[in-house]
Ligand binder design. Structure first.
Ligand SMILES: [Zn+2]
Length: 386
């Protein structure tokens, strides 16, 4: 596709194992500057400057050195989705106003991170005159995390998971470069001041998803369960029309348009038992756990789609599209799932009961007016699951 990305500089700690260097080269050979999305074409103008594969102590010391001048993507804001949906229709927002009361969320950047390095930094020699896109990766920690994922991915042979997770992590960081690589220093400084994780981590994971293959996508979806909710928004994005956000980052390069673009992608909302149900274009009736609090949804009618939630129950006769993977703390009970692309094998906390044995629509009707505290218990009891 292009050799500008392939030529990206690579630096390694002395004891980095060969396989990680090989995987890095393999991965980089896939990327080029042209981005085609539906009918839109974009071009990434800036090459990626450097990738560092480092052992734990080198990683931590360079990470610290870089973050004194450029505290990028180690923390940020995660505004509630209500806040976007309440935005007035306009093309830009006042970023200062929009983010002023948000709490700072700290991210776990111990496996890998993306860092734009500006010319005033003396942490590492610069390769370009304005800013360098730098990625730090710690293969040792990725290996450890891969071990923890092994029994959670029955679709994949366990000795493959390390390579897949390495590719997922590095592709996510490259996704940040694809998001921000066309920005000017001034625009990037603005992002740095108002780091919107819903947008930035959502976009990086969305880009990664678009580049990854099926096995890697399963790893990405499973890994996202252990991360902040902003890392899971791509699960929704991947079924949405992302043109507006791509325009903001790759064509207009105007960050003040980003919150409105996100608002338009989320669409309007309905409330279903206290949960947000999106009514954006083709997504009428998507139940989402944007809050990351989990909860219980009992829907007597078929639901179009459900995105991953942290804990609780989801009981409905039919799910058209199950989006994302669900931790063991979630129980889903349904008669039919038409599509579950983020799983190769449906795990046992997702119970698909044959309708002729247990008609969920009828059982929900029988208990619809039950006391809220007892409702789940009585439905599950009648279905023989409690
Ligand atoms: Zn990230």
């Amino acid at each position: 596709m292009c050799d500008r990305m392939i030529k990206c500089n690579k630096e390694y700690s002395s004891n980095i194992q060969r396989r990680f260097k090989k995987w890095t080269n393999e991965l980089l050979s896939k990327f080029g500057p042209d981005i085609t999305y539906s009918n839109n074409k974009y071009q990434l103008r800036r090459p990626l400057s450097r990738i560092f594969l480092l052992n734990e102590s080198d990683y931590d010391s360079l990470h610290m050195k870089l973050s004194t001048k450029s505290d990028f993507l180690v923390d940020g804001f995660e505004p509630s989705f209500d806040k976007y949906t309440q935005l007035k229709d306009a093309s830009v927002v006042n970023l200062e106003e929009f983010y002023q009361n948000e709490n700072i969320i700290t991210l776990d950047t111990s496996l890998a991170c993306f860092c734009p390095v500006f010319a005033d930094s003396d942490a590492i020699p610069m390769m370009s005159s304005d800013f360098d896109s730098v990625i730090l990766v710690c293969p040792d920690r990725i290996s450890e995390s891969a071990q923890r994922l092994e029994n959670k991915l029955p679709e994949i042979e366990s000795d493959l998971i390390e390579r897949l997770l390495f590719r997922v992590a590095l592709t996510h960081e490259i996704g940040h470069h694809y998001t921000l690589g066309n920005f000017s220093v001034t625009a990037l400084r603005e992002v740095q001041k108002f780091k919107d994780l819903n947008i930035l981590e959502g976009m990086a994971n969305w880009f990664a998803y678009m580049f990854l293959d099926q096995n890697e996508r399963w790893v990405q979806a499973e890994f996202a369960i252990s991360q902040r909710p902003s890392y899971r928004h791509y699960l929704y994005f991947k079924h949405s029309d992302m043109s507006q956000l791509l325009d903001v980052f790759l064509k207009d390069m105007d960050y003040s348009k980003a919150p409105i673009a996100l608002k338009n992608i989320i669409g309007g909302k309905l409330n279903l038992n206290g949960h947000m149900v999106s009514v954006a274009s083709k997504f009428n009736g998507v139940a989402m756990d944007w809050s990351d609090k989990g909860g219980t949804i009992i829907a007597g009618e078929e639901i179009k789609a459900l995105t991953t939630m942290k804990k609780g129950f989801f009981i409905t006769p039919k799910i058209d599209l199950l989006i994302g993977r669900f931790p063991q703390e979630v129980t889903i009970v349904t008669n039919e799932i038409a599509n579950a692309p983020d799983y190769g094998k449906i795990p046992d906390n997702i119970k698909v009961l044959p309708r002729d044995k247990a008609d969920i629509m009828t059982v929900i009707k029988n208990h619809f007016s039950d006391d809220n505290n007892k409702k789940v218990e009585s439905i599950l009891t009648e279905l023989g699951l409690y």
